[in-house]
Design a protein around this ligand. Sequence first.
Ligand code: ADP
Ligand code: MG
Length: 646
Amino acid sequence: MSSEKSKKRGEAKSDADCTQYIQLHQLYLFAIFLLMKKIQILPENLANQIAAGEVVERPSSVIKELVENALDAGASEITVSVEEYGIKSIAVKDNGSGIGKDMLPIAMHRHATSKISTVDDLFSIHSFGFRGEALPSIASVSRFSIISRTEEEDSAWQISSEGGKHSSINPAARNIGTTIEVKDLFFNTPARLKFLKARRTEMEHIQDVVVRLALAHPKVSFKLVSDGDEVLRFGTAQGDLLEDALPRLASFMGRDFVNNAIALENERDGVTVRGFVSLPTFNLSTNRRQYMYVNNRPVKDKLLLGALKQSYHDLLHNGRHPAAVLFVDMPAEAVDVNVHPAKAEVRFKDGRDIFGLIRGTVRRALDEHSTEVSTTPAQQALERFEAGRLPNTPQQVQFASHESYTPSIQQSFMESTHQPRVMEMSAPVLRDEAMPEAPRFQEDAEAVREDHEDFPMGAAMAQIHGTYIVAQNKNGMIVVDQHAAHERLVYERFKKQILGGNVEMQALLIPEIVELSAADVERVMEREDELKSFGMEVEQFGPSAVTVRSTPAILGEVNPKKILLDIVEDIRDMKKETALQSSIEELLSTMACHGSIRANRKLSIDDMNAILRDMERTPNSAQCNHGRPTFVELKVPEIERLFGRR
Ligand code: ADP
Ligand code: MG
């Protein structure tokens, strides 16, 4: 039927229509022809320059590629020299296997690599390089030369090129190994030059690249020379042990990090994770100090960074970040490194397992060291003590041993924004009590003290300003912020109850009516059951109020209205379908804050000792829920230093 119709229509077509159709068709073919003419295979040098756009972003990326090549060639000594932050020249010299005379021109070709030969190899990469892209890319945007000599050759050979145009091969002089020199980077692509940052920034990138690679290769010695000055030098370490990385780590991450880092090592199903993470009290405002390696390759991987973040989730306030250096090793087949132009990202076969391994390992390490507190606040405290007496007693300045403390203190001031609560005593609130009682003689006080002194947190000696507990242990003295510490204790205990599903509730004698907006009433009532599992029993009371019937017993006597209002704040930002359990940390810290001993509350020696013992038993008691320290320790030698006895 339909074909019949079209036939009829075809018959009806006039000659003019036909001519028009043919003309259109010709035009169409011509257009295709024109387009086809535009598709062509780019000259190799242009292709190299395009690749260079991805691989060679700045001088430091050249250095990364060349140093990686040297490491792939098995070098044990690598020297990087730059002039004018790498723009005038970069030279990377190694004592690796070298490139034979015949291979020199080939090495400079695109897709020329000695590191893989089949597709299978691509999924089992054991070297840094494998794309055969770096040398031709770099050569295409610079004046480039390779001098190299292999074990088999009597002399070295040199090949050079300018903007990718090769010269002949000439004899040269050097020992076994390779020197690659890159001069006038981007001389033929001036637009690229414009993208470079200030000299200092570029130099930082360069140092960063060298140190990142050096950290993962303790057995290789590295040197970085800038305009004739040696900027970095790493001698070779004895072995592959984690401790062997420490000297390099200290010069890279700062001694402060090393002093506040926990070493960790774990293995599961052929995947190992090793490295260092900072104590939660040593935290920073950015995550830039988190260095991750996969099979010794420096990466910026979201999954790894995410796992690290998760391990600290309830130990750090939002916006604060730990520092870490983590090496993750696994069979080459378990990871795809060919997913990013600069190979800075990778893809794991079993991402979820690796996430779990890292989160679990880091968290366990943190829990094991949970009663340790960063040394930084104590050092800051010392600094403050010293600064405090400068105006009145100038002679004593000489005794204060600034030499040994100043560098790390300055560094920690720069790096961290700890607010050592201990030092915030500027506004003591007077207690509304009469004259202090004369201390009564207590026979057993001495015995009690001796009993407690052997514990890490020591024996309570006094409470000052109704806010701080001063204790004495075998090493020196400890000052505890009672509110911060107690908040953490309540939090951890409460969390245990909630996770165990056995929260004790305390019924209010007189239920409290709390007025809320209608929307908030709805929000609260939607979560009636969930709130009950947190120990809060609520009931609707008209369109714009709820009644609080009970509160979590662990919090002791709390103001039911205030705690409910705070909970409303927390759940207001949450999506309806998100379970309260998934924000358990946030909700718990809100609630724990209500249940903890406030500042300005008088405590007996027994109360204080109980808190100290509790802190020793409680995981993560060294910092409050906001990542601030709950105590600082001053060791006797540090106290002696304060008085110029040392
Ligand atoms: P890839 O590293 O991906 O193989 P490159 O372009 O970086 O590609 O290097 C090409 C080849 O040149 C390498 O496969 C290697 O054989 C050789 N080569 C480069 N640099 C060195 C070096 N420093 N020592 C020995 N051989 C090198
Ligand atoms: Mg390479």
